[in-house]
Design a protein around this ligand. Sequence first.
Ligand code: NAD
Length: 256
Amino acid sequence: PLSGKTAIITGSNSGIGLGVAHELAKAGANIVLNSFTDRDEDHQLAKDMAKEHGVEVRYIKADMSKSDDCRALIETAGACDILVNNAGIQHVAPIDDFPVEKWNAILAINLSSAFHTTAAALPMMRKAGWGRVINIASAHGLTASPYKSAYVAAKHGIVGLTKVTALETAEEPITCNAVCPGYVLTPLVEAQIPDTMKQYNMDRDTVIREVLLDRQPSKQFATVEELGGTCVFLASDYAKQITGTTISVDGGWTAL
Ligand code: NAD
């Protein structure tokens, strides 16, 4: 259903971004993968994905903490029918101890990058007469946790940006929505498990169930495939009246 469309997914050489790229490629879209590195394995990832799904896949290096790089990513791609703003980082510390450079980096990568890529992509979508902007927010775009000030502020911010983008494109064949995942077992989350095991003196399964999935009533991680499928749905014609809203993929977190 998405054949001939070009999808750009920021921060997509790992985790959710990579999963979303796979599902969009499976649905026929040509793919632009991105991260801030420029390694052989990044380009190999693109080659492998192209072969697996029979679509065009490119890898374009751009650092989402830099406004010029964000805009250059879209310009270099040359087309952008589906924009998935996914790049994101995390840092956990109390506000009065939160490193200023971490605050600035999280706001830049998790929020401002989406402003810059959207600004560069909308003229292309208007010219093509079709477009989808999908912002990967978080359950933390709708709720808060202590010690995650920058992340929660940036994710609430991107939900706000989603609504404004939707209103500015409301009469056009362009939509903008935010996907709000609960916990997904990606490298970002996997990296937190060993320390948490030590901190609570618990085994891996107990940490997963009682700490990580404490607020996820399903007691299961969402998967990158499920997030990809949600993006494919938002890109489909079924979703053309869905705009300016959030879709939670969080096992019931936000119902609590
Ligand atoms: P991840 O660490 O596996 O992936 C993050 C991606 O962003 C990587 O590809 C990384 O290379 C890229 N990235 C980081 N800094 C970048 C920069 N400066 N420029 C370009 N790319 C950069 O993490 P993930 O869990 O897949 O997270 C992806 C998104 O999903 C993030 O926005 C995150 O906040 C959000 N999210 C994740 C979870 C979860 O449980 N994993 C839950 C809710 C929301």
